[in-house]
Ligand binder design. Structure first.
Ligand code: GDP
Length: 466
């Protein structure tokens, strides 16, 4: 698919740097570049532009009178389509990274005929030209946003088209099943179908198990790529800020003996083992007359309700008191939230932790936020709760966002309906409808057929120049 116009943008960040990269993509990329580039060899760029080879030369830009004059020397590389990132003819210009200089070269490219690219438009063109599936494009977006090493690994594997590969396998099986069903429907008296009813059932069950395991990977993909909203709560001085800083590996929150220090909610991205935490440190929960602290406590309660993981910190160097018991009561009312009781200040409490805690919570970890002892156990527990240790992030297809998961679930449910239909002996065409629905959900998952709105929404999250 060739899209009409030629786009250009700065692909490196705006600001002073050693070099800057300007990318041009579209059918006129080479002609446009020829207007602003004079190779040192003396040959014109239109005459001589060996594929994927950097050429050194002068870069021109219009002056106040519109005359194109040299402003810099740089390297220019031509990537002929369709073997380019976007699938179209693409030119990359590397110039020096001055702010005005870069802007001047970019303006020259526009003056020579390119249109400014929209956010994510290069990747969108790559997708529309069949260079990558939608899940791979999403993985590329995740790569640019990654804040943890695990997110990078997952994004890198996803860019290799793993999800699309799995979708294709299942899609092809469903195709074969459908072909057999249609043969049976259209020519009931002839034995044209490749599969018997029993074989179709087996093949559908294979698709079901393959889809179910793909859908299950979202548990891990969500924990790594999207991150688990995690609230640290506890009464004042239990050690919440100490734990927050310990997980982040830096002094982000103020740690003092003065109760009620943390009032606003602090939030950062952190990794605990493989898991990405969207970590919120909250005000200590207690009764107070201080209006500012009261607002902080109300926010803390609100944050608790939307958390997926709560790290409830208790100071076990002292006996549990009414505030601790009240917190245990509040936490027991949370639904769909995993609560881990962090029994803190283990360095001051050599014995076993009180039964008050061990009997109230299914998950407890004894640790010292101050010394770090016991943190490995917390890490291992969170990993076990939120990821599947059997998944190999460097190899396996993993669903990483709610869109992919919803499409996977729709495909799985449709396959399950097809199996039921086939088992119950209803007319074959009912089974066809279900199998077709499964196939269209798979096409949505890998982006082969997906609405314009969704595509626009996905690529609008990209930066300009990507
Ligand atoms: P917060 O009010 O719950 O955020 O508690 P802080 O993290 O500010 O800690 C309150 C006090 O307890 C500070 O003096 C910390 O140094 C101390 N503290 C926190 N964790 C530990 C721990 O594991 N062991 C010991 N001995 N002291 C701790």
């Amino acid at each position: 698919m060739i899209l009409g116009d030629t786009i250009a943008a700065l692909s490196t960040p705006r600001g002073k740097g050693g070099v800057a990269l300007i990318r041009i993509s579209g059918q006129d990329a080479r002609v446009i570049c020829d207007r602003i580039f004079r190779p040192k060899s003396g040959k014109s760029f239109l005459q001589y532009a060996p594929p994927r080879t950097a050429l050194y030369g002068g870069l021109l830009a219009p002056d106040a009178n519109g005359e194109f004059l040299p402003v810099d020397d740089g390297l220019v590389t031509f990537f002929p389509g369709p073997a380019s990132f976007t699938g179209e003819d693409t030119v990359e210009i590397c110039c020096h990274g001055g702010v005005l200089l870069t802007q001047t070269v970019l303006t020259a490219v526009y003056a020579a005929g390119a249109r400014p690219a929209e956010a994510g438009e290069f990747t969108r063109r790559a997708f529309l030209n069949g260079k990558m599936g939608l899940s791979s494009a999403e993985a590329l977006g995740n790569m640019l946003e990654a804040q943890t090493r695990e997110q990078l690994t997952l994004a890198h594997t996803g860019m290799g088209g793993k999800v699309e590969g799995r979708c294709e396998e299942i899609y092809q099986s469903l195709c074969a099943i459908l072909a057999s069903i249609y043969a049976k429907i259209d020519y009931p008296d002839e034995d044209l179908a490749d599969m018997s009813r029993e074989e179709m059932l087996q093949a559908l069950e294979g698709c079901e198990s393959s889809l179910a395991s793909l859908v299950r990977t979202y548990h891990t993909g969500h924990a790594i790529a999207e991150g688990i909203p995690t609230v640290i709560c506890g009464k004042p001085n239990a050690g919440k800020s100490s734990l927050y800083n310990r997980i982040l590996g830096k002094d982000a929150a103020i740690v003092t003996d003065v109760e009620g220090t943390t009032r606003d909610i602090l939030s950062e991205i952190a990794s605990l083992g493989r898991v990405t935490l969207r970590l919120f440190d909250t005000a200590g929960l207690r009764e107070t007359d201080n209006p500012v602290e009261q607002i902080g406590i109300a926010r803390a309660r609100e944050a608790l309700r939307s958390a997926e993981l709560v790290l409830a910190v208790f100071d076990v160097s002292r006996p549990a008191d009414d505030q601790d018991r009240e917190l245990i009561q509040t936490l027991s009312q949370l639904e769909n939230t995993t609560v881990v009781a962090v029994l803190n200040k283990s360095d001051l409490c050599p014995g076993e932790p009180e039964e008050t805690y061990t009997s109230a919570f299914s998950h407890t970890v004894l640790l010292s936020a101050k010394s770090g002892e016991g943190m490995a156990a917390l890490e291992a527990l969170v990993e076990r709760l939120f990821t599947d240790g059997a998944l190999d992030l460097r190899q396996d297809a993993v669903l990483t966002n709610a869109r992919q998961h919803a499409a996977g679930v729709a495909a799985l449910e449709a396959v399950r309906r097809a199996i039921l239909a086939l088992r119950s002996g209803v007319p074959m065409d009912l089974c066809c409808t279900d199998a077709e629905q499964a196939m269209s959900a798979l096409c949505e998952l890998d982006g082969r057929s997906v609405s314009e709105d969704i595509v626009t929404r996905i690529f609008s999250h990209f930066c300009v120049g990507k």
